[in-house]
Design a protein around this ligand. Structure first.
Ligand code: PMP
Length: 365
């Protein structure tokens, strides 16, 4: 299929990648320039791969403004493994970890933490089917939490923190940024640990990135298995064992692209424009389309909305797919439509969706 025949991919993840990264990966798949082999076939100990891996780390630090007080780790196991690794490394016997419950993924993180230690839910949006982010004054922390865990963007419900929570002095703040990392400027130094599955804003499935403050590395009890210890990956710069080489390579291509675009300020401008266009279309539809997330909590990355009834929602998805707008079916816990518009999603795709929405409403009002 020619590049020009690509359709608009609204998938929540794995998700659309920058075209330039795909074209480079396609070109390099038979032979990296000057190497004669592809990245899939060379040793992770080779100078060529070290250049890719350390280059990706350097670009990641540059884009995020991340200091050397933090280790940037390229791991496997998805964000899901981090639900376990975070408490296994940071929650010791007798301690309590605080979790802000804002959706399915934070619920899953809580379940894993409970296998390791005590959990206190500092605030929850469950009562209203996670249609909002708790306000700062709702956060009720326990006396001395080992850490506070949040999910900056709730992929399924389409909500996103518009603020960084103030945690008690010295308490590490941990963030699952799987679905909004690098969508706008963020001060990584406000977080002790940030993690993200690769398959949305960064790269492909199989790569998970962890940004962890070095002073936390030694907290893991001695019986935590070797792969699950942040310290070993930090010491070996993600090369303790064979890392997800292709994911790291694609990450490097994506980061180069994002830096060329102008970095996080420019990404924020684009993302705000895209999400703004879509929310305006929803809010301006006279109630035909209804956003799930309340104003003030709405995500720049996953826009969730309903139609007047399920029958029309089904038809909407079917007809949109036929018009080259793919992946719009909402998650079953919200229903309706979910348009995921990550960094690599083109503005033209949002314009096409908005035009389709107006046309659909006029035919099915
Ligand atoms: N956290 C969030 C916010 C997510 O969106 C997802 C996946 N959609 C996960 C965690 C789980 O990620 P993974 O499939 O990489 O384990």
């Amino acid at each position: 299929m020619a590049a020009t025949s690509r359709i608009f991919n609204f998938s929540a993840g794995p998700a659309v990648l920058p075209l330039s990264a795909l074209v480079r990966a396609q070109r390099d798949l038979l032979a990296l320039p000057g190497v004669g082999m592809s990245v899939l076939e060379i040793s992770h100990r080779s100078p060529t791969f070290e250049e890719i891996c350390f280059g990706a780390e350097a670009d990641f630090r540059k884009l995020g403004g991340i200091s050397d007080d933090y280790a940037v780790l390229f791991l496997q196991g998805g964000a899901t493994l981090q639900f376990s690794m975070v408490p296994m490394n940071l929650l010791r016997t007798g301690e309590t970890a605080d979790y802000i419950e804002t959706g399915t993924w934070s619920e899953k993180a809580i379940l894993e933490a409970k296998k390791v230690g005590r959990v206190h839910v500092a605030a929850s949006s469950k009562a209203t089917n996670h249609d909002r982010i708790p306000a700062p004054e709702e956060l009720a922390f326990s006396a001395r939490p080992a850490y506070v865990h949040m999910t900056s963007n709730n992929t399924i419900f389409g909500t996103q923190f518009a603020y960084v929570p103030e945690v008690p002095d010295g308490v590490p703040l941990v963030n699952d940024a799987s679905s909004d990392i690098f969508c706008r400027p963020v001060d990584f130094s406000r977080f002790a640990l940030t993690y993200a599955g690769g398959q949305k804003n960064l790269s492909i499935a199989g790569l998970t990135v962890v940004v962890v403050r070095r002073d936390l590395l030694d907290r893991a009890p001695a019986d935590v298995p070797i792969y699950l210890r942040y310290a070993i990956h930090a010491k070996e710069r993600s090369l303790y064992n064979t890392p997800p080489v292709f994911g790291i390579y694609v990450l490097h291509l994506v980061l180069e692209h994002l830096l060329e675009l102008g970095g996080l300020d420019e990404l924020a401008r684009r993302n705000e424009r895209k999400a703004g266009t879509l929310y305006d279309a929803i809010d301006g539809s006279g109630g035909y389309y209804r956003a799930h997330a309340r104003p003030g909590s709405r995500s720049l990355m996953n826009v969730t909305f309903r139609l007047p009834d399920e029958e029309r929602e089904k038809r909407f998805v079917k007809e949109a797919t036929a018009e080259g707008l793919d992946g719009l079916k909402g998650h079953r816990s919200v229903g309706g439509i979910r348009a995921s518009i990550y960094n690599a999603f083109p503005e033209a795709g949002v314009d096409a969706l908005v035009a389709f929405m107006a046309d659909f409403q006029s035919r099915n009002g």
